[in-house]
Structures are given as C-alpha cells and as structure tokens.
Design a protein around this ligand. Sequence first.
Ligand SMILES: Cc1ncc(COP(=O)(O)O)c(C=O)c1O
Length: 443
Amino acid sequence: MQSILKINAFDSNHSSVSDASILELIKRRERSFGADAPLFYANPLHVVRGQGVWLYDSDGRPFLDAYNNVPHVGHCNPDVVEAVARQAATLNTHTRYLSEQSYAYAEQLLETFPAPLSKLSLTCTGTESVDLAMRMAYKYTGGTGFIVTRFAYHGNSVAVSSISPSVGLAVPVGRDVRLVAAPDSYRHPQPSIAGRLAEQVSAAIDDLEQHGVKLAAMIIDSIFSSDGVYTDPPGFLQSAAARVRMAGGLVIADEVQPGFGRTGTHMWGFQRHALIPDIVVMGKPMGNGIPIGGVVTTPEILKAFAGSAGYFNTFGGNGVSCAAGHAVLNVLRRDNLLQNATDVGGYLKRQLQAVAGVHECIGDVRGAGLYLSVEFVTQRDTREPDAPKAAAVINALRNRGVLVGGTGAHANMLKIRPPLVFSRENADLLVLALDDILRTGGE
Ligand SMILES: Cc1ncc(COP(=O)(O)O)c(C=O)c1O
C-alpha cells in the first residue's frame, strides 16, 4: 500500500525535467519547504493563471483541468471573484457579531439538506470539519470507536489522521479505529455489495465491543474517492448505516469530495444512497478556492456538543469566505451545473467505456456525474493492479496538456474530477488524448 500523498508525486530520482527555470523553481521550493513536500508529476507544472476548466503555465500553454474539484464552478469564476472582492472591500470579520450576510448564506445552504439536518457550524477546511464531527460524535454517543474504510482519507490533524489509513503505515490508525474494505464493485460484485459492507461493519462493531470500546461513529466518504471511487449500485450504504445505528453509533457522511452536486443527480453524495446521515462534513469545493468548510447536523447532536463544550473558529464563517460560498451556490443553481455534471459526466463515462473496449489494460471505468475513475490492470482475468501504467498515463496526459490524478490503494486508477463547468468538447479532448496514448504507448 502506497501513501495517498505519494501518488503522482514528483521524485527527483525519476524526474524528466530539462527546463532550467523549472529546475530552479524545484530547488527554490526545496530550500523553503523541504524535498518531501508533495509536488505533482515527473515533470512538475508551473501554473500561473486559471480560467474555467483551463490552467495556463508560465509559457502561456493551456492545460485542460480534469483533476481539480476545488474550483468547482471554474477557475477564477467571475461571480465568485466579484463577490469576494466586494466583501473584502466592505467587511471581513468573525461570527461573534450579528451578520445578515452569513445568515443568508447559511439559510440557503441548509435548504439543500433533508430534515432533520438543520444546524450548521462553519470551519476553514475539511480536516477541521471532520475533527469537529468526531468531537460531536464522541460527545453525543459517549463512545470512542470509529469505523472507516481501509484506504480512506479524511484529513491531516492528529485526530483526523488517526481515521485516515490512506496516509500510510507511518501514521498508524487509532486504537479504537476499525477498518472495513471499500465496496469494490469491480473485484467483489457478488453476492451483494451492500451485504458485504454491512457484514464487515457488523464484524467491526463486534470487535470493538470485545475490546470494551463503545462505538461513536462510522465515517464514510460517500464516493470513496481515495479507496478507488465506488458509486454503484445506489443504496449500498443503507444496511451498513442501519447496523451502526443499532449499535448506538452515528453515521457521518464526508461530503468533501462528492458534495455540492459533483455526482450530478443529487446535491449530496449520501442522497444517491437514499440515506440521511447524522452529521455531514463539507470542504474543498464549498468556496471555489477560498477556504471554507462546514458541519451540518441535527439540533440534538449540536446541542449535546455545543451546549457543553462550545465551538468557535476564528476564521470559520468570516465574511469573505461566506461571500465565496454564497456565490458558489448561486452559480450552481443559475447555471444548472448539477444537470451539466449528469449530462457531461454520463457522456464522458460512455466515451471512456468505449476506449476500455479496445484497450485490454483498462479493467474498469466507473463513477457518477463528474467523478470518474479508470482502473488499469496487467490482465483483465487476474485483475492485477497496474500502478506503473496509471502513473505513465497520468504523466503522458500531462505532457499532452490534460490534467488528471491518480487514486486507489494500489495507485492504479485515474481520478477524473474536473470543475463542473466541463463540456462535451472538453470530454472529447481528454478521451482522444487517452486513446492516443494507449494506442501509441506515447509519453
Ligand atoms: C474525503 C476528504 N475528507 C477530508 C479531506 C480534508 O480536507 P482538507 O485538506 O481541506 O483539510 C479531504 C482532502 O483531500 C478529503 O478528500
């Protein structure tokens, strides 16, 4: 198992950089941040400008961005830029003063949640949101046990990295944490994806009980982005969630990746599974690049936590971040971007499946909306993961001006997760480049 932070990472021992100015920037970066700060690609990219689905390097070369989900409504979206600039020029302070502006944002955001999820706490990052959700779960249940998937990533604080096994063995999971296999629809489609997950959750609960640990929660990234992107069949989370609740635990949906309409059919990934969690965690795309995260929960859970411990986050919910978040919601709605994620995502998936039809090295294409994964295998019958192939394709795409990422416990999958303003023409460009690389073995 490779740490998620090492996937598609620059390695000076296997670098293909020849450009003197890039080499100088790499050295300069090392002087301040050290050689181990993660950097993408064998030939790292110096981007200086972004617009919509395009990033531009220092020579003005455009790159199609099919990787970055933070610029959710497009890089430098003019509505977000304008809202942020206006608010920055008016007032930027914290949540301990009355503020119509942040309440209007909170109301609009909360309208997108099903009852009884009706209370919002604002943070700055996904990690802070997960950390807060953990504290709420500990307080509400009196338990300390956590169930997570085997290659999950939920963030980088002491507490949150203890429930993030994908960071690697150098950061051990917590004593009260139990791992369950992700619902791998490619390798284990039978007898039932839902049943297999539920059985593992039951076994984890039993094991916690045998060790005298009371369950606090199961936390699930409802698109399983670091585990390998598992989306189907919709509904497979329900029986696992029921077992958690029977044991007195809470269900936490980590929507940092699938949230804000990424899966197309729904605003939230958990809605695809017709599940109502107890706590929902948000981040990344929420402010289109301006740091903002959040936790939504029920009045009872919030009361149990905030009534005793209280919560204040200096920058969480500041005026500028709320302005960005509000603009993102408005653009999503006005430009019908969930529909676009469904249409273009469906089209892209079909095109990728057609490519898989002629290239044996692709074992599976899966995902929902504009979150897709292409899995490489050495042979289709053995389904042996082919990480070197995935790495070569990611770098070859970069060299042809298309950016995608890698994912999965075996680092053998492409992660395709563009801004939601991605078009069919953009999808065609990606697919043509991929097909050409696989046909020619091109670099
Ligand atoms: C599913 C998931 N949860 C939480 C986080 C943590 O978010 P942040 O990096 O903003 O702290 C991430 C970040 O990649 C994530 O993918």
